[in-house]
Design a protein around this ligand. Structure first.
Ligand code: ZN
Length: 441
């Protein structure tokens, strides 16, 4: 368990640079009380829709999704605990983490003894408020600072949770950016956490700005970016889109991508999917601190996408992973934990990964008997400076050698130890003089 050292002052949200803009959006979304259903989630999706052409789909309570059902919709107007003398000791207006998400409505007087089983705190971090949920069991509770809990005197308390649980809808946000091919790349982030930044606003803002970036230029693949409530939202989307799933060539779940820690990539269940190989190549050649871990059926919605009935090639990208920073699922996961430059670096990394995925072609060498005369075609000793030229010339030889129809440019990069962009420009040069023919992917 590492504590991510927060800055002393929250950074100023600036427009004009991606990190600053993402941070500004995060600052705007931070106060909203989100849950797996309800107006907070809806309001969040509506704000995202100001940035990208988001389609918001409302799925009714009770809709069967595999082994689950879309739950009742939860909304909350306010909540408090007051002493008998009318002094407020916990107020939802101070922090939406104070109420356990999906608490049923409560109004009444309770002794401290009766109240205690409904109060949750963190003795190790007495000034932090924990984040708790009770989505699928009928319960209620308050989360509060341990210091405040410890100071509660014996006596009677007035308790109010002004919430509603009833038939309604679950909201799904989705943006589709059509590409030249029918094959799709899925980007998914959960959008159901109340006021916490790394988990989960960081994933929301990076996915939003990624969608905006992808929409600027024509793409090879179709991109589908999802903003869904964790677990039940991903399952609902999967249930509604089962016929589309065979088209998914690659996917990424984004979460906890705003803290200053190094990157962590969790492979897909397959372990050697193209996205796994592209991600490890890009991370390795980026020089950025990172860790690659094998798939495990926990974490975020990768566990749904990688369940055996789907087995989609979807990996998961984080910086410091969930549960491995002390502020995780507490009020200390706030705007000081996330840095604009970390958001920007995460966005850059995903853009680089998608660039490689887009450009990862397989070629056939059309002059495979011996080395073709590169000098005669203007390719040898004509590109770049001295050191760069050596790498470029080597790249030409590697691409020619491995372009037997069975190796992709990523295979060439991996086997040669060269970076993907160097291999890609060698292939472009060779294709430009008619030495390579691109094969169907
Ligand atoms: Zn979480």
């Amino acid at each position: 368990m590492t504590t991510v050292v927060p800055a002393t002052e929250p950074p100023v949200a600036r427009a004009g640079d991606p990190g600053g803009e993402m941070y500004a959006l995060m600052t705007r979304l931070y106060p909203i009380c989100r849950s797996i259903t309800g107006d907070g989630l809806r309001e969040t999706l509506r704000i995202i829709a100001e940035y990208i052409p988001l389609t918001i789909r409302e799925v009714p309570t009770g809709t069967q999704v595999f082994d689950w059902q879309v739950p009742r919709e939860w909304n909350i107007a306010g909540a408090y605990i007051k002493t008998a003398s009318g002094e407020t000791v916990v107020d939802f207006r101070d922090s939406n983490l104070h109420v356990m998400s999906y608490s049923r409505p409560v109004r009444g007087r309770f002794s401290l003894e009766e109240l205690r089983p409904h109060l949750f705190s963190l003795p190790d971090h007495p000034d932090w408020i924990p984040y708790r949920t009770t989505y699928y069991t009928d319960a209620w509770g308050f989360c509060l600072q341990h210091a405040r809990l410890a100071a509660l005197a014996e006596g009677e308390y007035e308790v109010c949770i002004d919430a509603s649980l009833g038939d309604g809808h679950l909201s799904l946000g989705e943006v589709v950016i059509p590409g030249r091919r029918g094959e799709e790349v899925l980007i998914s982030t959960h959008a159901c956490h109340p006021s916490m930044c790394n988990d989960n606003l960081s994933g929301i803002v990076v996915a939003t700005f990624l969608a905006r970036h992808l929409a600027v230029a024509p793409r090879e693949y179709t991109y589908r970016v999802l903003f869904v409530p964790g677990m039940i939202g991903a399952l609902t989307w999967l249930a509604l889109n089962e016929d589309r799933l065979p088209k998914i060539r690659a996917g990424l779940v984004l979460a906890c991508v705003g803290d200053p820690g190094g990157f962590t990539y969790k492979r897909s269940r397959r372990g050697d999917a193209e996205i796994d190989r592209v991600m490890s190549h890009v991370l390795r050649t980026s020089g950025r601190t990172h860790r690659i871990v094998e798939f495990s059926p926990d974490g975020y919605d990768e566990r749904q996408y990688n369940s055996p009935g789907f087995d989609l090639p979807v990996g998961a990208l984080s910086r410091t992973p969930h549960g491995q920073f002390a502020e995780y699922h507490t009020s200390a996961d706030d705007l000081t934990l996330v840095r604009p430059e970390s958001l920007a670096e995460s966005l850059d990394l995903v853009r680089d990964v998608l660039d490689v995925l887009e450009a990862n072609r397989t070629y056939q060498n059309l002059s495979p008997k011996g080395e073709p005369r590169l000098g005669a075609r203007g390719l040898y000793r004509s590109m770049g400076g001295r050191v760069e030229r050596a790498a470029n010339e080597l790249a030409l030889l590697w691409v020619l050698n491995l372009s037997d129809g069975r190796h992709s440019l990523l295979d060439v990069a991996e086997r040669s130890g060269l970076t993907f962009p160097v291999v890609k420009s060698a292939a472009d040069a060779l294709a430009g003089v008619g030495l390579l023919r691109e094969l169907e992917r």
